[in-house]
Design a protein around this ligand. Sequence first.
Ligand code: ARG
Length: 260
Amino acid sequence: MKKQIFLLVAFISTLSLLLAGCGTASEDNSSGSDGQDKKVLEMATSADFAPFESRDASGEIVGFDVDLAKYVAEELGYELEIKDMKFDGLVGALQSGRVDMVLAGMSATENRSENVDFSTAYNHSGEMFVTLKDSNVKKLEDIEGKKIGVQLGTIQQEGAETLQEDYDFELKTVDDGTTLIQELISNRIDVAYMDKSVATGYIEEQGLAGFDDPTTSSPGMAIAFPKGSDLVEDVNEVLAKAEENGKLQELKDKWLNEEQ
Ligand code: ARG
């Protein structure tokens, strides 16, 4: 009996060693991080901003920015790796060199340009106020006395703070873009102030209402890099090519709403 138990234990430990061995081997192969064949380009995004970046039903990050990043990586001979983080942490991730670039529908503002370098702009959008269908907020002046939500660290947060100089309303910041619409639907805010291309998607899908902000003139969206990155020039060349050969238009047709 003792001998049988000993054999069983020996068998199980051999088996687990074998299994553990398989695990690490296949992990090493698939990560490719130290397999020198292809250089890795680490991109960060905040996958809460459809149609630019969001997670599909299987949890994969998809969208306009993802397709554009794949095209850039392919053109420059890199393998693309995507890290998902809070929008508010993206500039910091570039500054500390944790990632090589950011595609997150990020507007190339002068403030951000003090800390990161931007490519040429690849898309222009505006801002919208999104409300429930039966809301009495129908124009800019109606935001007076209301509760308005924005995503933390965005130009919409800055824009709303500027609007507060002229209108008296309560401002709520949330750090995840997808919860902003949840806040609206569950009546915790009266208005979500957000990027127009993102807003139009929600309005259509969720049966919401909304109107354009007549006061904004936001800078275009661009790819961000750590200050001084060599990638900027190469990526700008790829973007110019994408503009010329119709790739950029193809991606806009695939992901963005008509009037872009
Ligand atoms: N364009 C706006 C900005 O730069 C919002 C971008 C938000 N992006 C996101 N992936 N949540 O501030």
